[in-house]
Design a protein around this ligand. Structure first.
Ligand code: ADP
Length: 159
């Protein structure tokens, strides 16, 4: 079975992430979307909230499973018998960091490879941090995240 892990913060999930999830799930038997715990950033949403939001937006994708993990991604991948990491590339600014992560992961576990999906041009500018920032000023985020996520962002920011 050809499986992959798509790791990230997903704080919150955007149409950019959803595009990568759909495209990766279309070429794999099984895709685990893995929400990173304790990554040093102070998140807007808790890990459980992010997991639930991802479950909601992927409910129609039968071969996609949502999980969370802490510690090293290569260990999490090994525990689940997965050898392929999926990441998205938006622009050259992503490249340097992604190259470094992918090479580091291979040094730690040579059985693991990273494959990259280039972003759909429609979402090339889109990031969770931009969504959080625009939402914090009361801006319209309907082009960036699905309706159910918009509502949760608004609720969270109004607290
Ligand atoms: P991280 O903190 O690991 O970067 P993110 O949730 O910001 O977590 O991103 C997870 C992955 O999704 C990364 O590979 C990132 O490049 C990719 N990604 C984020 N936004 C987009 C987008 N708009 N289009 C394509 N890939 C994206």
């Amino acid at each position: 079975m050809y499986s992959g892990i798509y790791p990230g913060s997903f704080d919150p999930v955007t149409y950019g992430h959803i595009d990568i999830i759909k495209r990766a799930a279309a070429v794999m038997d099984h895709l685990i979307v893995a929400v990173l715990k304790n990554n040093g950033k102070t998140p807007l949403f808790s890990v459980d909230e992010r997991v639930n939001m991802l479950k909601e937006v992927t409910k129609d994708l039968k071969n996609v499973e949502i999980m969370s993990f802490s510690g090293l991604l290569v260990n999490f991948a090994k525990e689940h018998g997965v050898k392929v990491i999926v990441r998205g590339l938006r622009a050259v600014t992503d490249f340097e960091y992604e190259l470094l992560m992918s090479q580091t992961n291979r040094v730690m576990d040579p059985d693991i490879d990273t494959i990259f999906f280039t972003t759909d041009l429609e979402y090339a500018y889109l990031s969770s941090s931009i969504v959080r920032e625009i939402a914090s000023y009361g801006g319209d985020i309907s082009k960036f995240v699905p309706e159910c996520i918009q509502k949760q962002i608004k609720d969270k920011l109004s607290k």
